[in-house]
Design a protein around this ligand. Structure first.
Ligand SMILES: C[S@@+](CC[C@H](N)C(=O)[O-])C[C@H]1O[C@@H](n2cnc3c(N)ncnc32)[C@H](O)[C@@H]1O
Length: 186
């Protein structure tokens, strides 16, 4: 998927949503004139800064994306393994927020999981594609339930089209989807 990101050619003022520990932040940096990374977790932001060279190259914002008001315009908005955690009832509002972030001509790239039974840990079982809650057990034995919705690429592209976006969504061989798009021109 790194190749798909390179082919997409992110550019300019890049905004990474739900940046996590920085697996992608460091890949975005070489393309960026500025890079802003948002996450709700201070621990994640600290790990991200350690991994991806941190400020001032990366501007970090600690915020809940469901309440965050974008503070400027961006040429590229990127998020990985985030959309599948956006509850269905918050989907439209999330995309409105992305729309507010985009500079004229701006583009979006995202990466996420496909529903693939072999993609989960050996002691986990993937529920049916229509399920929205997944159990996760940590190495220390603690168990959690997380919100996770697996999007079908065709349905997702259709839903986004209904919100005014044009996306090309591709599958990798097994586990992932990646998508590039922009607002439909009027
Ligand atoms: C599955 S991780 C993906 C991290 C990163 N994008 C990656 O691909 O490695 C989801 C991230 O979303 C963040 N997150 C969860 N809820 C959030 C919220 N409401 N607002 C902002 N970030 C949130 C978590 O802290 C975590 O870093």
């Amino acid at each position: 998927m790194a190749a798909a990101l390179s082919a997409f050619q992110p550019e300019g003022r890049i905004l990474e949503l739900a940046c996590g520990t920085g697996l992608w932040t460091r890949r975005l940096l070489p393309f960026a004139t500025t890079l802003t990374a948002v996450d709700a977790s201070p621990e994640m932001l600290a790990l991200n800064a350690a991994r991806s060279c941190g400020p001032p190259q990366v501007r970090y914002i600690e915020a809940d994306l469901f309440n965050w008001q974008p503070d400027g315009l961006y040429d590229t908005v990127f998020f990985s393994f985030w959309l599948s955690h956006v509850p269905r009832e918050r989907f439209d509002a999330f995309w409105s927020m992305v729309r507010c972030c985009l500079a004229p001509g701006g583009r979006v790239f995202f990466v996420d999981s496909l529903h693939e039974p072999t993609s989960t840990a050996v002691d986990h079982r993937l529920p049916q594609p229509e399920a929205t809650v997944l159990s996760r057990r940590l190495n220390d034995g603690r168990g959690f339930q997380i919100y996770k919705v697996f999007h079908d690429p065709g349905e997702l592209a259709g839903r986004l089209r209904g919100l005014g976006w044009k996306f090309e969504i591709r599958r990798t061989a097994h586990y992932f989807l990646h998508a590039s798009g922009a607002l439909l021109s009027l």
